[in-house]
Design a protein around this ligand. Structure first.
Ligand SMILES: [Zn+2]
Length: 340
């Protein structure tokens, strides 16, 4: 849990208000690790934001005495400590982003048991599908990309080892999309020149032609902007293919075959699913306030659609059985969101 404490008068806030409202000093981030239950209310009546009942509204307290509310479907006793176990390789981590995206990315990495070292070569693959402003939630949001970069810098990843890359699959030029979405500004602010994959080298792997930069990376961070009723994380992975190759594969085979071949050839993908504000099927926006993470983009898409309670799954997810997916962090019953 992250709190913000005034360096002078020591008052503590849950929100990152930056400047202390009492004495105008700067606030410092304070991270705490333990959380024990100090209050419990059982809720048995469902409501629009909480469709699954019963659940427990807990009051938690950390080792410094900070308190906050937390929803849980698991019943706890007063005094019990809350622990989250880490998952195995294809598990999906689900976490609530409160105010601090960097902190929630860090939590996802720890739930997935993934560590980073300073020599890793990382390619960031943002979602960049349309020349739209950030509030449409079509593309990765500027604040999410900025938080991912700050997280990598905090982990001492070298600037020269980070690439930000994607490409356009339609008529809209990638430069225009990067500019209008606000992502270009974030790249330049962090001194990274984005890479247009369509102008890079591709390597043949079976039926696929995959960008060489993607194959050579230690980790490809697939930044997926999650949308209800879509396989957003998997669809973003298509952008690692040569445009003409993807078009001909789509003509010759099913999308399920393409996605499975990609899954077998790309073992360096870590998907971060951005799901704070999310587009529903009718393009209006809801606020699940979530972040998801997984080494399996298909499992992540399946879990997200379960959270959004969609009635019709995208074709490529129909064979992915939710019962076989290990979920860590938050229980999906706690974070389900009515999608109508
Ligand atoms: Zn103060």
């Amino acid at each position: 849990m992250v709190f913000y404490q005034c360096s002078k008068c020591k008052k503590v806030w849950q929100q990152p208000v930056e400047i202390c409202p009492e004495c105008f000093s700067r606030l410092e981030k304070v991270k705490t690790l333990k959380a024990k239950v100090v209050g419990i209310s059982k809720v048995s009546i469902s409501s629009v934001p909480h469709p699954e009942v019963p659940y427990f509204a807990l009051v938690l307290e950390d080792e410094l005495g900070n308190k906050w509310a937390n929803k849980s479907v698991k019943e706890y006793a007063i005094g019990e400590e809350i622990n989250f176990t880490t998952g195995s390789d294809n598990s999906v981590a689900v976490w609530r982003t409160k105010y601090d995206i960097i902190d929630s990315i860090e939590k996802i990495f720890s739930l997935l048991n993934l560590s980073l070292n300073e020599n890793l070569k990382i390619v960031i693959l943002p979602t960049l599908f349309s020349p739209n402003h950030a509030y449409f939630r079509d593309n990765t949001s500027p604040e999410f990309l900025d938080a991912v970069l700050k997280f990598l810098f905090e982990k001492n990843i070298k600037l020269e080892n980070i690439k930000i890359a994607t490409q356009s699959f339609d008529e809209a030029p990638i430069e225009g999309m990067a500019q209008k979405s606000g992502l270009l500004d974030i790249c330049l602010k962090n001194k990274i020149m984005p890479l247009d994959l369509s102008k890079s080298n591709f390597v043949k792997k079976g039926n696929l032609e995959i960008a060489e930069d993607i194959l050579n990376a230690d980790i490809v961070l697939n930044l997926s902007m999650m949308k209800a009723c879509k396989a957003s994380a998997s669809e973003n992975i298509y952008r690692t293919l040569k445009k003409e190759n993807f078009a001909s594969l789509k003509y010759l085979q099913s999308e399920e075959d393409i996605v499975n071949e990609l899954k077998n050839n790309l073992t360096n993908i870590v998907t971060l699913g951005e799901a704070d504000f999310v587009q529903k099927q009718n393009k209006t926006i809801v606020y699940p306030g979530l972040i998801l993470g997984s080494k399996s983009f298909l499992n992540l898409d399946r879990v997200f659609n379960e959270i959004m309670m969609v009635d019709k799954l995208p074709e490529i997810l129909k064979e992915v059985d939710i019962q076989n997916i290990e979920i860590t962090g938050r229980d999906i019953k706690e974070v389900k969101c009515i999608n109508n």
